[in-house]
Design a protein around this ligand. Structure first.
Ligand SMILES: [Zn+2]
Length: 143
């Protein structure tokens, strides 16, 4: 799924998630939590660069992204997703889903729950998008 899609979905889903976890809180607390929630929901995809580094043993993908960030932000699917198999992205996403909330729970359980819900939503969106792409590909091949 593309960065902008994850960003939009996270920005929308974070609002009820924060209210469910924290109740009605003042905007002074809400806004930083909202920004953090969007960060959890979108920045998890930075693991693509780690996977690319482990695979290639160089920073080629990261250098390409830094040279032309718009391309990566606009079309993360084509820039990286085609190069990295789905299973390795899911494995790294699930590792992040396990580690970050567990780490945060030592300090703040509400923030840990928010991180878990936003990271989980990101993974669900990735699964949805990849299965939809697979179905579309199969349908195109058959017709
Ligand atoms: Zn992802």
């Amino acid at each position: 799924m593309e960065f902008y899609e994850h960003f939009t979905i996270s920005a929308i889903a974070a609002i009820p998630a924060i209210y469910l976890i924290y109740g009605f809180i003042s905007p002074v607390f809400f806004v930083p939590l909202w920004i953090a929630a969007i960060g959890f929901g979108t920045l998890i995809d930075l693991d693509h660069f780690v996977i690319a580094f482990i695979r290639d043993k160089n920073f080629k993908e990261l250098k390409l992204a830094l040279k032309n960030p718009k391309t990566v932000l606009k079309n993360n699917n084509q820039a990286l997703d085609n190069l990295i198999p789905n299973w390795s992205r899911y494995v790294s996403h699930f590792i992040i889903l396990a580690i970050i909330p567990a780490f945060l729970s030592a300090f703040n359980q509400d923030l840990s729950l928010l991180a878990f819900s936003m990271l989980g939503l990101h993974i669900l969106c990735d699964i949805y998008r990849n299965s939809r792409n697979l179905i579309e590909k199969r349908y195109r091949v058959q017709s």
